[in-house]
Write a protein that binds this ligand. Structure first.
Ligand SMILES: Cc1cc2nc3c(=O)[nH]c(=O)nc-3n(C[C@H](O)[C@H](O)[C@H](O)COP(=O)(O)OP(=O)(O)OC[C@H]3O[C@@H](n4cnc5c(N)ncnc54)[C@H](O)[C@@H]3O)c2cc1C
Length: 549
């Protein structure tokens, strides 16, 4: 009892629940991609990462933001970032679960399992996943320098996290970051001006000296980075350790940390290289090819991370509206709120399906069909899932009314999700860059067939299952055939994404989900905001399937 009133009709926090056990769409998608796989590890993680105690770590890591320490008290440069202890707890959890380089050391299915773990962890805290994702993407690229790979692979795959800034030889596990973006160009990395000058041959191959800067350089406390720089032979990829093998700090000056909209637990810095030592990965002039290989993997994580955040936002909205009363009924029982919730549930499940499908394409590294599908799925999933995330976050926030907009020392998770959401759309290739990449992919043809043929074969799995699907998909081959006009690229990316999502829902979601998705997204029986599904939709079944508890 407060002094003047009783606090009533406020929802309980969504905590101490199993993130995996309650995520029916994810479980069904995994049963499809990994039939018969043991769910126990996922259930264990789901329980652990849903605990209130872990949520407190996420809140603390975000409200006590990282701090840059450029010098020690004696005036010597130290270039360190200090994090709240909860940041290290969370990063340790993610590494222990093998969400970084570990799948590269495991067998078939490891990338799909990791994708599921990545999505679940996102619901706990997304910003510590930045170095995790970059480590995942950088690991296979190191093969371009067999000596570096031999020394670092085991530690990137290890499930031990060690935050110390000491030589890699003294650490049981390491993390890696990436530096491409410079002030004058991020999407167009050809504009990079950082110079690489050959210094000497070493046991790690050619060592270069780097002079220049990076405008965005996230997680600067990582043990090493892959960076792009201009060598005499053109733009090239380099391995840049933070601490050199002899124990001295490399010449990487952290200028300042970015003051960001969200992603607060993660430090994103601006750096200068004042003669830093770096070892070449691959040939001189092959930097863009090298970066594109990594891009596929970080773009996967953008789609996975956004799908995870969408699921979390939806879960919070469902949890709140199931408790809050207004106008004599629970909000979730109000017909119009049911429409909003069901519409978001369809969007969330479709995002999960598309992101996991890309993970499967990455898992099957040696399968020629999956290689073609990777090429189309990467830009499409990154573009569409990330675009839809921010819209869904806004709508989910509105379901909580005014409370959704309030953070209250980090307790209001919905506001944090909303601030985080646009990031995945911008970094690692913003929306237009993804749509343009799709056009390039569709022009790709080779011995194993073309990307366009693979796409048509993939969509064939749902042929005949719904008239709206058939009509929608029938128009795609002709559009793909003439897919060269850049101005149409976003429309094509959107429509291919919707067709792929529908075909996946056909394969691993109940009929009422597939039917409602096809009718609204492909059949045009829908509006331009969430909550505009037609009256005949199976609202109750869709909402019940999505409930987080
Ligand atoms: C929090 C955060 C952390 C980051 N961390 C890192 C990091 O660790 N390492 C790193 O290297 N980078 C990092 N980035 C940078 C990020 O990857 C870039 O900001 C992004 O790639 C876009 O580059 P840009 O900022 O130079 O924008 P620009 O390249 O100038 O693009 C601006 C807009 O123009 C569009 N555009 C570009 N070219 C075309 C075209 N041909 N046709 C139509 N539209 C076009 C883009 O889609 C975009 O919408 C980070 C960014 C953020 C926000």
């Amino acid at each position: 009892m407060d002094a003047t009133h009783e606090v009533a009709n406020q929802s309980r926090p969504l905590a101490d629940y199993n993130l995996y056990a309650t995520n029916r769409p994810l479980r069904d998608a995994l049963a499809f991609h990994l039939p018969g796989a043991d769910e126990t590890p996922r259930l264990t993680r789901g329980e652990r990462w849903g605990r209130a105690e872990m949520q407190t770590h996420a809140r603390l890591a975000n409200t006590h933001q990282p701090r840059l320490l450029t010098h020690d008290r004696f005036g010597r440069r130290i270039d360190r970032v200090e994090f709240h202890p909860s940041y290290h707890v969370l990063l340790g959890e993610a590494v222990a679960a093998g969400l970084h380089g570990t799948p590269w050391a495991r067998g078939p299915g490891a990338h799909v399992e990791r994708a599921a773990g990545f999505m679940l962890f996102t619901e706990l805290e997304p910003s510590v996943l930045c170095p995790v994702s970059m480590s995942y993407a950088a690991t296979p690229a190191l093969r371009g320098n067999p000596a570096v790979f031999a020394d670092w692979f085991g530690k990137l795959a290890s499930t031990a996290y060690d935050p110390q800034l000491v030589p890699f030889t003294h650490k049981p596990g390491v993390t890696m970051g990436m530096g491409m973006t410079e002030k004058q160009g991020g999407s167009d990395v050809r504009a990079n001006t950082t110079r690489a000058t050959f210094a000497e041959d070493t046991t790690w191959g050619a060592r270069y000296t780097l002079v220049g800067h990076k405008w965005f350089f996230s997680a600067p406390m990582c043990d090493a980075f892959l960076v792009l720089a201009q060598a005499p032979g053109g733009l090239s990829c380099f391995f840049l350790p933070r601490v050199l093998p002899d124990g001295t700090l490399n010449e990487i000056r952290i200028q300042r940390l970015k003051d960001k909209l969200g992603n607060h637990a993660n430090a994103s810095s601006e750096v200068e290289f004042t003669g830093a030592s770096a070892w070449r990965i691959g040939d001189e002039g092959r930097g863009i090819a090298q970066i594109l290989e990594m891009g596929t993997l970080t773009r996967l994580d953008c789609a996975l991370g956004t799908a995870g955040l969408m699921r979390q936002a939806l879960g919070l909205a469902l949890h709140h509206t199931a408790q809050r009363m207004a106008f004599g009924k629970r909000l979730a029982e109000q017909p119009l709120m049911k429409n909003v919730l069901a519409d978001m549930a369809l969007e969330s499940e479709a995002a999960t399906a598309l992101a996991l499908r890309l993970a499967r394409a990455i898992d099957k590294q040696d399968d020629p069909f999956e290689a073609l599908m990777r090429r189309v799925l990467t830009p499409v999933a990154k573009f569409w899932v990330c675009k839809r995330g921010s819209l869904l976050a806004q709508e989910a926030m509105e379901c909580l009314g005014g409370n959704g907009y309030v953070e209250e020392a980090g307790e209001g998770v919905m506001a944090r999700i909303y601030r985080e959401m646009p990031l995945n759309s911008i970094w690692e290739g913003a929306g237009n860059i993804m749509a343009l990449d799709l056009l390039r992919a569709l022009r790709h043809g080779g011995k194993g067939g073309s990307v366009a043929e693979a796409l048509v074969a993939e969509l064939g799995h749902a042929q005949g299952a719904h008239p709206a699907f058939d009509r929608f998909v029938a128009t795609l081959p002709a559009r793909i055939e003439v897919a060269s006009d850049e101005v149409e690229a976003r429309r094509l990316a959107q429509d291919i994404a919707l067709a792929l999502q529908a075909s996946l829902l056909r394969r691993h979601a109940p009929d009422f989900v597939f039917e409602a998705f096809c009718r609204s997204r492909l059949g045009g029986d829908w509006g331009q905001a969430f909550g505009t599904l037609p009256a005949a939709t199976a609202f109750d079944a869709i909402v019940a399937r999505a409930m987080p508890n």
